[in-house]
Design a protein around this ligand. Structure first.
Ligand SMILES: NC(=O)C1=CN([C@@H]2O[C@H](COP(=O)(O)OP(=O)(O)OC[C@H]3O[C@@H](n4cnc5c(N)ncnc54)[C@H](OP(=O)(O)O)[C@@H]3O)[C@@H](O)[C@H]2O)[C@@H](O)CC1
Ligand SMILES: Nc1ncnc2c1ncn2[C@@H]1O[C@H](COP(=O)(O)OP(=O)(O)O)[C@@H](O)[C@H]1O
Ligand SMILES: [K+]
Length: 509
């Protein structure tokens, strides 16, 4: 298992626990880290005329001295440029002492053609914006178009937030250790890392497990065991029933996209719940998807009472206002012990269901906390997120990860904070960062499909955080594989080969 992501504090603790358990000591970890980077440099740039290793004063620089020693020992022309000597008696000082190359000051850094840069200035210990000679080195490497191999992280990128502090290298390759860090996946960090290679340096899985990490890279390892696969004796309602609320006569398409996606993700039955005046237009476009009138709370309660396991999508194309708020609150109250035992698998609130609560988000949050309230997944894009969580969105210090977590805790809901680096956060503190998407997904209606997939998985009994993570990954994978020309109508069918691969790989068993 290597899908856990470690904060810099957790990585430091992993380091400490490993050293305390022995037999590897601090310089031992550093030698392995430097060796891993040197191996990548040698295999990927066999014809580099010159390697410039930029070493900072901390352990990141220490790794750099190990890289320089190994490269020089392999006959590569190597220069070390340093921004300051390591602290006496540190592991980095030991690594510098073992390196036969006399360092030159970083302020003199220059490079000729066919050179590459190994960036070992700052990693997990980045504490302030890059400036002065480090910023100059960043500019020069960019100006000369030098390939950059970053040690642990490109200097200037925060490992915890993915933010750029001042300026940063844009690496072609980043070699990190033991586990990836959030900054490798959150933007803009992800873009600045280039390809990320994970190197084992002797920090054991048992050590990582002791840290109980709460942040993950989203992928099948996180949820494939919970992926629904129909039992031999399944019938359609056992496979879950999804209800998708449609907007009025001129806004019905979003609900149908969502409904189709719910059906493709395995829900045995899907019903579009339509205002009476939009029944005809919906009926004209539906075949396997069922249709039912839902004009008021009584219609919803009647439908909810009929089916055992079910999930609902409210929001896409639905319209903003009092009716939306009323429907949302009825759904959130429908699992109360006083009501019929409905077995609602969960609710997905998207788009207008989110925006409708912008003036009074606490009403929504309180309802989501009510006794027996069904599990709630909300799927805001950046604009919708800011409507519901204005203060959290305005915080310029917090990362997207922090923001999604804070929102999930406040709303008592799984928050899918969408974008090119979608973060999925649960109220219990777990969070996952998604990275398999592609910009082809930025097309109208794409989010409606995501809501439908999420509801389809919830209706089949998947737990809310796992269902949301799975839906985000499957949606992103389908979009990435489809590529150019993708429109939202393509997505429900494009998830089929993704699901087939997941089931073939043993998902759900
Ligand atoms: N943990 C592990 O398991 C392993 C970790 N390993 C390696 O250790 C790295 C972390 O090392 P680290 O903690 O010493 O921090 P590092 O990134 O070298 O920076 C600290 C120094 O830089 C300085 N400084 C920071 N920002 C600055 C700026 N903008 N401008 C100027 N100065 C700045 C900072 O100054 P200060 O904040 O103290 O003022 C301090 O002197 C990690 O990324 C990995 O490569 C491996 O060996 C394998 C095992
Ligand atoms: N640049 C991008 N890279 C990867 N995924 C993206 C990108 N832009 C948007 N997406 C994804 O596409 C979907 C768009 O959803 P949304 O903004 O709600 O669109 P709509 O309201 O039109 O359905 C989200 O799942 C989002 O994560
Ligand atoms: K670095």
């Amino acid at each position: 298992m290597s899908h856990e992501l470690l904060t810099s504090a957790e990585m430091g603790e992993a380091d400490r626990l490993t050293i305390a358990a022995g037999p590897i000591d601090g310089i031992g970890l550093m030698r392995r880290a430097g060796q891993a980077v040197a191996t990548e440099v040698l295999s990927r740039y066999p014809s580099a005329a010159h390697v410039h290793v930029l070493c900072g004063p901390g352990n990141n620089g220490g790794d750099g001295y190990v890289v320089a020693r190994i490269l020089a020992g392999s006959g590569v022309a190597t220069t070390v440029w340093t921004s300051g000597p390591p602290r006496p008696d540190s592991d980095a000082a030991l690594a510098a002492a073992e390196c036969p190359i006399k360092p030159r000051p970083l302020s003199d850094f220059d490079a000729g053609p066919c050179s590459i840069v190994v960036d070992a200035l700052y990693g997990a210990g980045l504490s302030k914006p890059l400036s002065g000679e480090a910023a100059r080195a960043v500019d020069l490497a960019a100006k000369l178009h030098l390939p950059v191999v970053a040690v642990d992280l490109p200097s200037g990128i925060s490992g915890d937030s993915g933010k750029v502090l001042g300026t940063s290298f844009s690496a072609d390759l980043t070699v990190t250790f033991a586990r990836k860090k959030p900054g490798h996946l959150l933007l803009p960090g992800r873009e600045r890392c280039g390809e990320v290679v994970l190197a084992g340096i002797g920090i054991g899985d048992d050590v990582i497990a002791r840290l109980q990490p709460q942040t993950f890279e989203n992928g099948p390892a996180l949820w494939s065991r919970g992926l629904p696969v129909p039992a031999v004796d399944a019938h359609k309602y056992k496979r879950g029933h999804v209800g998708v609320f449609s907007g009025g006569p001129s806004a019905t398409g979003a609900a149908r996209l969502s409904a189709l996606a719910a059906a493709r993700s395995g829900a045995g039955a899907v019903t579009v719940l339509s205002p009476g005046n939009a029944m005809q237009v919906n009926a004209a476009h539906l075949t396997s998807i069922m249709l039912r009138k839902a004009d008021d709370a009584a219609d919803i309660e009647a439908f909810v009472g009929e089916r055992r396991l079910s999930a609902f999508v409210l929001g896409p194309g639905f319209g903003i206002g009092e009716k939306t708020r009323a429907f949302a609150l009825v759904l959130l109250a429908s699992g109360k012990p006083a009501a019929a035992s409905t077995g609602i698998g969960g609710l997905v609130f998207d788009a207008d269901a989110i925006t409708s609560f912008r003036e009074a988000p606490d009403i929504l949050f309180e309802a989501a906390r009510g006794p027996g309230a069904p599990a709630l997944v909300m799927t805001p894009h950046e604009g919708e997120f800011a409507r519901l969580f204005a203060d959290i969105a305005d915080d310029n210090v917090s990362s997207k990860l922090d923001k999604a977590r804070a929102a999930a805790a406040r709303a008592n809901a799984v928050i899918v904070y969408k974008g090119a680096d979608t973060v999925i956060a649960a109220p219990d503190g777990r969070a996952a960062i998604n990275s398999n998407g592609a910009a082809w997904l930025a097309t109208a209606g794409s989010g409606d499909v995501l809501s439908g997939i999420t509801a389809g998985l919830l209706a089949q009994g998947m737990l809310a955080f796992e269902a949301a993570c799975a839906a985000v990954w499957i949606h992103a994978e389908a979009g990435s594989r489809f590529g150019p020309g993708l429109i939202a109508e393509d997505l429900p069918l494009a998830i089929v080969p993704v699901l087939r691969d997941l089931v073939a790989a043993g998902g759900g068993r």
